[in-house]
Design a protein around this ligand. Structure first.
Ligand SMILES: *Cc1c(COP(=O)(O)O)cnc(C)c1O
Length: 446
């Protein structure tokens, strides 16, 4: 079906063909005409859902909203729509109501790590700031699907102010990641205001925006928006493409505008069963991304959020995909495969193993072809003892201002100056026993 036919189908929804031709590239028109209910879907496609199907889809929609832009909708191949990667990402499945034993409402504990509403402060030096809860298209695989699209919880200016206040009062924050929802669903002026406020905070070194609009509503990347963004460098943008078919002429044009504005572009994909769980599809995707100046950044293992069970693949599928990329293609085309740890542990990289053995003077490695090789370690290496005094150190890191360096986790165990020798989980019987034997052992402090 060609694009005109699809557009004509919109015409059947009280929209004349002229209006469509005139307005197709107007993102506001696209948002006003987003497909938000089953009746519109049936009207546009001529597909008649059975009464049973309708009832079960309707149940899903009550829990997780539907919205597909006409643009994204027009990418669906209706000859085989049930297997279509665009359709699967956009249209509800009754399987979204399957809640498995391991599903969690907030698997990443974003709310627990939230000092003020809208902010998740999980890592030492950067925060996630959920400035919008609307999206142009509601991804069926969204990890925050329990809260996006809920009209009652659109962040208001006061909440945003409180978020800004937290960042202003927290000097450790040097990187702010705007997400949502989709920050590009905010008006240019509003986003301009947020970026201006952030730009005035001296310790905020970079701002990042996570947006799916280049994939689902590329016309949102207007000249106006880009001119505004350009005034807020250093600004980075991460997009979200999951399938090579999403890189259409319009999407590529949006990416070109952003890249021409000097904005470094990254991409975060989610590994999705039935959409992109294939090394060839992923290779095609990363190639198309780098051709359009987008660096593949993360490949996410699908989270344990409720309603996503049918999208999950075994972790082995992700490893297999990365195995098919490293060495086989350009290094900068390979994303880092991560699992966002349930319980709020943050992103954990899971990559194939290349280090296969080790002695006191050699490491044994294998490459992507299966060649096993050895690397001889240096005979003489004088480690620099680090007592955190950079001014006295031969390595010339001359810091202008005092930088209170605090080691955390494994980096702490590796450090010279911290006395910690073990990290012990809190709830082991052994540690509990120590607490009971008061005095004889002292519980280590971490
Ligand atoms: C992903 C994420 C970040 C950013 O992590 P990077 O690895 O720096 O991209 C920050 N905060 C939270 C809560 C996140 O989930």
């Amino acid at each position: 079906m060609d694009i005109l036919t699809k557009m004509r189908r919109f015409a059947e929804q009280d929209v004349s063909e002229e209006e469509i031709t005139k307005n197709w590239r107007d993102y506001r028109w696209q948002l006003r005409h987003a497909v938000r209910d089953l009746k519109t879907f049936e009207g546009l496609t001529g597909i008649e859902l059975s009464r049973e199907e309708k009832t079960s889809y309707q149940k899903v929609l009550e829990k997780f909203p539907l919205s597909i832009t006409p643009y994204y909708f027009s990418l669906i191949n209706f000859d085989d729509y049930r297997n279509d990667p665009i359709f699967i990402q956009a249209f509800p499945s009754p399987r979204e109501l399957n809640i498995t034993r391991y599903d969690l409402k907030d698997p990443l504990l974003e709310e627990k790590d939230s000092p003020v509403p809208l902010i998740t402060h999980r890592y030492p030096d950067r925060v996630l700031f959920l400035v919008s809860n609307m999206c142009a298209m509601y991804c069926r695989h969204c990890t925050r699907k329990r809260r996006v699209g809920d009209r009652d919880s659109i962040p208001d200016r006061d909440e945003i102010r409180r978020g800004l206040e937290y960042i202003r009062a927290t000097p450790a924050v040097r990187d702010v990641l705007l997400s949502g929802g989709d920050p590009f669903l905010l008006d240019d002026d509003y986003l301009d205001w947020i970026l201006t406020e952030l730009g005035e905070i001296p310790h905020v070194e970079v701002v990042r925006i996570g947006t799916r609009t280049p994939a689902v509503l590329p016309y949102r990347i207007t000249d106006n928006l880009v001119a505004m963004l350009k005034r807020h460098h250093p600004l980075w943008i991460n997009t979200h493409f999951n399938h090579p078919r999403e890189l259409t002429t319009s999407a590529r044009e949006a990416l070109r505008k952003l890249a021409d504005a000097g904005i470094p572009l990254g991409n975060q994909s989610v590994l999705l069963a039935g959409v992109n769980d294939c090394p060839r599809i992923m290779k095609k995707l990363v190639h198309k991304l780098v051709q359009n100046r987008v660096r593949p950044y993360y490949l996410y293992q699908c989270d344990l959020s409720e309603g996503l069970s049918h999208f999950r693949t075994p972790v082995g599928k992700g490893i297999e995909i990365i195995e098919s990329l490293i060495g086989h293609t350009s290094g900068f085309a390979v994303p880092t495969y991560v699992i966002d740890a349930p319980g709020g542990g943050g992103k954990i990289p899971v990559m194939p193993n290349y280090l296969i053995s080790w002695s006191t003077n050699k490491v044994i490695l294998r490459n992507y072809e299966g060649v096993i090789t050895s690397y001889k370690e240096p005979d003489s290496y004088e480690p620099t003892f680090c007592d955190r005094n950079c001014d006295e150190c031969d390595l010339q890191l001359h810091l202008e201002e005092g930088d209170e360096f605090k080691a955390i986790g494994i980096a702490k165990l590796l450090s010279d100056w911290d006395r910690t020798i073990t990290l012990i989980p809190e709830n082991t019987e052994r540690v509990e026993r120590r607490d009971r034997d008061d005095g004889e052992f002292t519980k280590p402090k971490f």
